[in-house]
Design a protein around this ligand. Structure first.
Ligand code: HEM
Length: 497
């Protein structure tokens, strides 16, 4: 348990991010002043945190059962033991979630009133989903120690996956009202996320104490992770496409911005996963033939853990974004009065191109690339003007109409962001970083000014501050991002325990 917690440390950084996201989207605290009864502030803050803990605990339980029960020929009692501990954490977080959800729905102080909670769990459809999830977790807890063969591992893993998928039957993806496709795609999404995230935590923790297993476990897990990433992306995109909104609403909404944040994170994750394959697999092949196979195995585990550290950051962020999406809901359309939500602006014109820059290298043979790298300050000014024109002046929506304007606007922002990324990779990269940071401060400041002048009642500075942070971090990561940082040359001591 301690080992998996240590390995998954960076995943938990998703909790502060979750709180920041909720605070910036105005969903962290109850809507005081509203005429409807509001839940206590404690409930509103604690519920998403508990949900995050539930998602991670479910993932590590599923990961431990899959890796320790099925990825190796002889089941590992150590790894299956981790599944038992994390199932316990899952159960506790689920009980807390039931109490807090009850308090949230009925706007009452959280309490352990057995009769009221009992009827919530049996009479209300949301409660029944919790009940089924709880039963699945209890079965996992009771049976995990009995995983001694592949058939039992399959049975317990199926129960754990069922529990991990249960939240798909709640809320925005609920089966009611003909939303079967939304529910099934979200269930697949959650199952694949659990196998992938939890599997990686368990593989890192296990190989740190037993590096000799690397040659058996890593190639198999690598294939599993590849399948999971495809399912996560496909099911996530399918689910998003079912939450119908027009392109204009998508670009203006908080939910749309959160979806683009997810897409950006998955680009980072694919890049990091590809780095794992490229750097760890050759080490393993070397170990097959090397005299000192042990040290070669240890080195591959060190490289794996380093890259996985970055993967956990991105995965924790993606889970935080998922929990935020579930909290704010797709109906938060047009949360921004401007044609483009400020967070969407920073994601399209900075974060997404910066993520793609980790894989795609611009060729310096092209005249446009050479020009951008020679004059990054001009590209930065151009970016600021385009951001203000598209989001502040709303020139494209006035000329082309809201929907066509939104599509063209998104393409223009990404193209301009890509030119910025190209400029940042040239010889004048230091100056370019300063110029782009200044450009973002000016562009977001001016669009905020437009919002304040036109829609004073909707004016909110928090989202623009978050957008600025996203843009600046993206600018800083171009050219020095994790993919470069993980070039490992010195082996580290593997952990013992
Ligand atoms: C192309 C990339 C992705 C897309 C389009 C996407 C889309 C979605 C959507 C639409 C939801 C439902 C939110 C709601 O109920 O309103 C969701 C939930 C979720 N996603 Fe993703 N996702 C993507 C990638 C990821 C990744 C990479 C992870 C983690 C590694 C992840 C983890 C989750 C989790 C844990 C939830 C459930 C949160 C909760 O309800 O507690 N997603 N995602």
């Amino acid at each position: 348990m301690k080992l998996t917690f240590a390995a998954s440390r960076r995943l938990w950084w998703g909790i502060p991010l979750l709180l920041v996201l909720l605070a910036c989207l105005g969903a962290l605290l109850p809507q005081w002043g509203s005429e409807l009864p509001q839940p206590p502030a404690f409930t509103t803050v604690a519920l998403p945190i508990v949900r995050f803990i539930r998602d991670i605990a479910a993932a590590i339980t599923v990961g431990a059962l899959a890796v320790g029960g099925l990825l190796v020929k002889r089941q590992s009692s150590r790894v299956i033991g981790w599944a038992t501990w994390w199932a316990l954490v899952w159960l506790v977080s689920l009980v807390a979630e039931v109490v807090l959800t009850f308090s949230d729905i009925l706007a009452v102080i959280p309490s352990l009133d057995g009769a009221a909670l009992g009827s919530f769990l049996t009479d209300v459809s949301v409660g029944r989903v919790f009940l089924w999830q709880g039963i699945a977790v209890l079965v996992v807890l009771a049976m995990s120690r009995a995983v001694l063969s592949r058939p039992t591992a399959w049975v317990v893993l199926a129960c754990a996956l069922g529990g991990a998928m249960a939240p798909a039957f709640l809320g925005h993806g609920g089966l009611s009202g003909g939303h079967a496709a939304a529910t099934i795609s979200l269930a697949l999404h959650l199952a694949a996320v659990s196998l992938w995230v939890g599997g990686l935590v368990v593989v890192v923790a296990w190989l740190r104490v037993d590096p000799a297993r690397a040659r058996t476990v890593l190639p198999r897990f690598s294939t599993l992770a590849l399948v999971c990433v495809v399912v996560v992306a496909e099911s996530g995109l399918l689910n998003s496409s079912l939450r119908s909104s027009t392109p204009a609403q998508f670009l203006a909404s908080d939910y749309g911005a959160l979806l683009v944040a997810k897409a950006t994170l998955i680009v980072w994750l694919v890049t990091l996963g590809w780095q794992q394959r490229k750097r760890v697999m050759p080490q393993l092949e070397l170990a097959e033939s090397a005299e000192s196979a042990d040290s070669t195995d240890s080195l591959s585990v060190v490289i794996l853990a380093r890259i996985a550290g970055w993967e956990f950051l991105a995965m924790g962020a993606a889970v935080a974004v998922g929990v935020t999406m579930a909290r704010v809901g797709p109906d938060s359309a047009a949360a921004s009065a401007l044609p483009v939500n400020p967070l969407m602006l920073a994601l399209l014109a900075a974060a997404l191109p910066a993520a793609f820059a980790q894989i795609l290298r611009p060729s310096s043979d092209r005249a446009l690339v050479r020009w951008a790298q020679q004059f990054p300050e001009i590209v930065a000014i151009l970016l600021a003007i385009i951001v203000v024109e598209v989001a502040g002046v709303a020139v494209l929506s006035s000329l082309l109409g809201p929907d066509v304007g939104a599509v063209v606007g998104a393409v223009v922002l990404v193209a301009c962001g890509w030119l910025g990324v190209v400029a940042l990779q040239g010889e004048r990269s230091k100056l370019a970083r300063g110029a782009f940071t200044a450009a973002w401060v000016v562009a977001l400041g001016v669009t905020l000014g437009f919002e304040r002048a036109q829609f004073p009642q909707m004016f909110d500075v928090r989202l623009s501050v978050l957008a600025l942070a996203v843009a600046v971090v993206s600018v800083m990561l171009v050219g020095v991002g994790p993919v470069r940082e993980v070039a490992v040359t010195q082996p580290l001591e593997p952990a013992h325990g």
